[in-house]
Design a protein around this ligand. Structure first.
Ligand code: CDP
Ligand code: MG
Length: 380
C-alpha cells in the first residue's frame, strides 16, 4: 500500500516583540496554519512552546509578510524574517515597499488618492503630513539637481504641506507609478485618463505625487521620511491651537475605510492640519484612555482596539472644532448613530461601541492635550 502523507500548509516567521515590563526585545517563531486559521508560537531563547496551536481569527494570510506587524493576543509582533524557504517563496516573493509622496497641490484630496491606493491592493503602512524646507526638498530631489526644472520643483514641493506614505504590497513600486501616470498631467489625461495625475493633476510641476522609481530609491526615500536609525525625519505639521483630535481606529484602517473617512471629513468642511499613522502600544493606549478607566465599561476593549494595529491620528483645526467635530462623529454607539444621526461618521463606518470607526476629543479643553499626546509625546 502506498501511503501518501500530505503535509499541512504551515507558514513560519521569525518575529520580535518588545516586552515593556522587562524592557526587552523577545524573539518568537510564529507559525500560521491557513487550513484552520490557527497560530502557534515558539520562544526562541528558551527553546520552548510559548503558545500552543490555537485558532485565532484576527490573523489573515494577506497580513503575513516580512516588514509587517501583526497582533497576536494583544502582543504586537514585528515579522522580521521568513522562518523557512517555503514561506519566503510562497508569501514573500513580490512584496515591496515604496514611498508615495502627495504633493502640496492635492493634500486636501488625500482621501481620493487613498481610495485608489486601496483599490489597487496596496496598503499604507506609514503616513505623515509634513512641510519640507527648501533645503530638505532639494536633498530629496538631489538626483534632479542639474535639470532645468529643479528649482521650480523644489520651490513647489516646499510650498505647502505634503503627505509621505509607505505603501506595501505585491509590486508596490510599479503599481503606484502606474497609478500616478505620466509626469505631465496633460499627457496623463491623454494617455492614461484613469490615472491619479490625469484626474487630479494640473501640469508638469503640480502633478499630485511622487513615486520611487527603483527599489534602491525607495529605500533611500523611505529612510528620508521615516528614518529607522537616528532622528525622526521631517517634523509633523501639528499647530496645537484651536484644534481637536481624531483617531481613525485600527479596525477602520484594516477594513480599508481610511480614504472614505478622510473624504467625509474634508467634504464636511473640516481642515486637517496634521496627519500621522501610529502604532500605539498597550501602555500608551492605557495612558491615552486613562480618563475613561472605571467610567466607561468598554475601557479594556477600547485599549485593545487602539493597540491592535496602526491607527491614523488627525489634528482638526478650527475655532469651535472640538464641539462641531464631535457632533459630526455622532453618538459613540453606531447602532444609535444610525437611528438618530445617519450621516455621521460612526453611523456610516462604525460596527459597534468599540469598533466605532473614530475617536474624537470629548471635552473642548482636551483637544490640544490629546493632539499633543500623539504629535509631541509619541512623535517626540
Ligand atoms: O515624478 P516622476 O518620477 O514621474 O518624474 P521625474 O522624471 O522623476 O521628475 C520628477 C518631477 O519633476 C516630476 O514629477 C515633475 O513634477 C517634475 N518634472 C518637470 O517639471 N518637468 C520635466 N520635464 C520633468 C519632470
Ligand atoms: Mg522620479
Amino acid at each position: 500500500m502506498l501511503l501518501v502523507l500530505k503535509m499541512e500548509d504551515r507558514y513560519a516567521f521569525l518575529t520580535e516583540w518588545y516586552d515593556p515590563t522587562a524592557a526587552l526585545l523577545r524573539r518568537y517563531q510564529l507559525f500560521y496554519y491557513p487550513k484552520d486559521g490557527s497560530v502557534e508560537m515558539f520562544d526562541v531563547k528558551n527553546q520552548r512552546i510559548f503558545l500552543r496551536r490555537t485558532k485565532y481569527d484576527e490573523i489573515h494570510q494577506e497580513d503575513l509578510f516580512v516588514g509587517n506587524r501583526v497582533n497576536v493576543f494583544s502582543r504586537q509582533l514585528n515579522l522580521i524574517d521568513y522562518g523557512d524557504q517555503y514561506t519566503a517563496n510562497k508569501l514573500g516573493s513580490k512584496k515591496e515597499r515604496t514611498l508615495a509622496l502627495i504633493k502640496p497641490d492635492v493634500v486636501t484630496k488625500i482621501g481620493d488618492v487613498l481610495e485608489l491606493i486601496y483599490s489597487s491592493n496596496l496598503i499604507v503602512t506609514k503616513a505623515k503630513m509634513t512641510k519640507l524646507t527648501w533645503s530638505q526638498a532639494a536633498d530629496f530631489y538631489v538626483e534632479h539637481q542639474s535639470k532645468p526644472f529643479f528649482s521650480n520643483l523644489v520651490q513647489f514641493v516646499s510650498s505647502g504641506p505634503v503627505v509621505a506614505m509607505e505603501l506595501m504590497g505585491d509590486e508596490a513600486m510599479s503599481i503606484w507609478r502606474r497609478l500616478l501616470g505620466p509626469a505631465d498631467s496633460a499627457v496623463a489625461r491623454r494617455e492614461a485618463p484613469q490615472s491619479v495625475r490625469a484626474q487630479f493633476g494640473t501640469d508638469g510641476i503640480k502633478n499630485v505625487g511622487h513615486g520611487s522609481d527603483s527599489l534602491a530609491a525607495a529605500a533611500r526615500e523611505l529612510e528620508f521620511f521615516f528614518p529607522s536609525t537616528i532622528g525622526h525625519g521631517p517634523s509633523n505639521t501639528a499647530i496645537y491651537t484651536d484644534c481637536t483630535c481624531c483617531i481613525i481606529k485600527p479596525h477602520a484602517i484594516s477594513e480599508g475605510l481610511t480614504g472614505k473617512i478622510l473624504n467625509s471629513i474634508s467634504a464636511a468642511g473640516f481642515e486637517i492640519s496634521a496627519l500621522q499613522m501610529f502604532n500605539v502600544d498597550r501602555a500608551n493606549a492605557e495612558e491615552f484612555y486613562e480618563v475613561y478607566k472605571g467610567v466607561v465599561t468598554e475601557y479594556p476593549s477600547m485599549v485593545t482596539e487602539l493597540c491592535s494595529g496602526p491607527c491614523m491620528v488627525l489634528e482638526i483645526h478650527g475655532t469651535d472644532s472640538p464641539q462641531t467635530f464631535r457632533e459630526f462623529c455622532g453618538p459613540a454607539d453606531p447602532e444609535i448613530a444610525r437611528h438618530l444621526r445617519p450621516t455621521t461618521l460612526r453611523a456610516l463606518y462604525g460596527k459597534d461601541k468599540v469598533k466605532n470607526a473614530v475617536h474624537c476629543t470629548d471635552l473642548p479643553e482636551d483637544g490640544v492635550l490629546e493632539v499633543q499626546y500623539f504629535f509631541k509625546i509619541l512623535d517626540g
